[in-house]
Design a protein around this ligand. Structure first.
Ligand code: ADP
Length: 405
């Protein structure tokens, strides 16, 4: 006798079995279709066992991505035919998409660019590469682009995928920015220049008063006049240094081989503050030649030597040892002084314009010298730095590429 609960479930069970049979038949059909090559598919192993994706389904998100992206894209086979392009690429060249596909890439690049393009195509059968080109639109207008090549190794067709990034907008922005910076520099240069004229008049007349009226003025009045002379000459120094800084930023630096040993010797000989009995500058061996701009490098070395002598305890004879180290094709020139030193927390900021650590009334200066050194050396492709211990001395260094023989 069949129990009551089983009797009530029998029709459901039969329906379920029928449904499972139907699904099995369907799955077998699909597998058969995959096996016979009727349908392209991917078998993906996951937490819920193996799942089948038809390639058509798997490709859909990529297609959307490539069609919607801001970059142009094309696929080129070895004979030069474009077998795929996105709408953006067609937009770049100003042609209907249907005409772009099946045409040759040669149509869209000036003949002078062809050898470079071909070399990249050939090299990119195996690995990726990139280069800047000019894309030529149907109306002849050239657009600067960056092409990134990648081999289509996964596809059955041999060929290369090319992503086309528009550089026109980027170049325009960079150009506009460069122009703005140049305008600002020219403005600050001319304003600094013009400020010196009235300043010189102030300096001149107050000096004349000091000389011609000294016997008629009280001590207090004389002191006021001296302060006017001192302040105006300080302002003049500041303006001259700002002009020097802006010249450093603007000047065209053509690099050539510079004999640093000879240059350093010449600088020492031409500054009375750098020779005995006021200071002792020692060249510890020859300094290898570097690639640099001689006049600018001369300015940097004299700034560093001048500081080494200036920031000195009053009871000590300034002594600077100039030496060099060469590593990986770079020459580092070191200037080790026996001066007052700099606390670690100030060692970075002193390379910024107008930054000073020590009081101006004691040591003078405008806080511009080291910023000129940094800007100049970096413009020559080098680096600057300092190591220092308070009360013991500082070692400033500049590093530039070694000159090739
Ligand atoms: P300036 O010498 O005109 O003040 P710099 O830009 O050359 O300007 O130097 C910035 C600051 O760095 C100086 O004011 C000083 O405080 C510090 N400095 C520079 N060189 C040395 C040095 N050799 N020893 C100690 N401190 C220094």
């Amino acid at each position: 006798m069949i129990p009551e609960y089983a009797q009530s479930q029998e029709p459901d069970l039969a329906a379920e079995v029928a449904d499972l049979r139907a699904r099995l038949a369907e799955a077998e059909d699909t597998l058969e279709a995959i096996r016979s090559g009727e349908v392209d598919a991917l078998l993906v192993s996951g937490a819920q066992g193996e799942q089948v994706f038809t390639l058509q389904g798997a490709e859909t998100p990529y297609r959307f991505l490539v069609e919607a992206m801001n970059e142009g894209a094309m696929q080129v086979i070895p004979d030069g035919t474009i077998v795929y392009a996105n709408a953006r690429f067609a937009g770049f060249v100003g042609m209907p998409l249907q005409q772009v596909v099946t045409s040759s890439w040669r149509k869209y690049f000036p003949v002078s660019d062809h050898p470079r393009f071909e070399a990249l195509l050939a090299a990119n059968k195996l690995s990726g590469g990139r280069g800047e080109f000019n894309l030529q639109a149907a109306d002849g207008v050239l657009r600067p682009v960056l092409l990134s090549f990648a081999p289509m190794s996964a596809a059955e067709v041999q060929g290369v995928s090319v992503i086309v990034t528009d550089l026109a907008e980027m170049k325009e922005t960079a150009l506009a920015l460069k122009q703005t910076v140049a305008d600002l520099e020219a403005f600050s240069y001319s304003i600094s220049h013009d400020m010196r004229t009235p300043l010189r008049a102030m300096q001149g007349f107050s000096s004349m008063l000091l000389q011609s009226c000294a016997d008629r003025l009280t001590q207090e009045e004389l002191d006021y006049l001296r302060r006017i002379v001192a302040s105006s000459s300080r302002l003049d120094q500041l303006i001259r240094d700002v002009l020097r800084y802006s010249r450093t930023a603007r000047a065209e630096l053509v690099l050539s081989k510079v004999d640093v040993t000879r240059l350093t010797r010449q600088i020492i000989e031409s500054y009375p503050t750098l020779v005995e009995p006021r200071a002792e500058i020692v060249l510890a061996g020859d300094i290898p030649a570097v690639m640099g701009h001689e006049a600018s490098l001369s300015q940097c070395i004299s700034n560093l030597l001048d500081n080494g002598v200036k920031f000195m305890a009053p009871d000590r004879l300034p002594r600077i040892i100039v030496s060099a180290k060469t590593e990986n094709g770079q020459v580092r020139v070191l200037f080790a002084d026996n001066g007052i030193g700099i606390e670690p927390r100030h060692q970075q900021r002193i390379f910024k314009i107008f930054e000073r650590v020590h009081p101006v009334d004691k040591y003078g200066g405008t806080g511009i010298g080291l910023s000129i050194v940094k800007k100049t050396i970096e413009r020559m492709g080098g680096q600057v730095g300092v190591e220092s211990e308070l009360g013991k001395g500082s070692t400033f260094w500049i590093q530039l590429p070694a000159a090739k023989d």
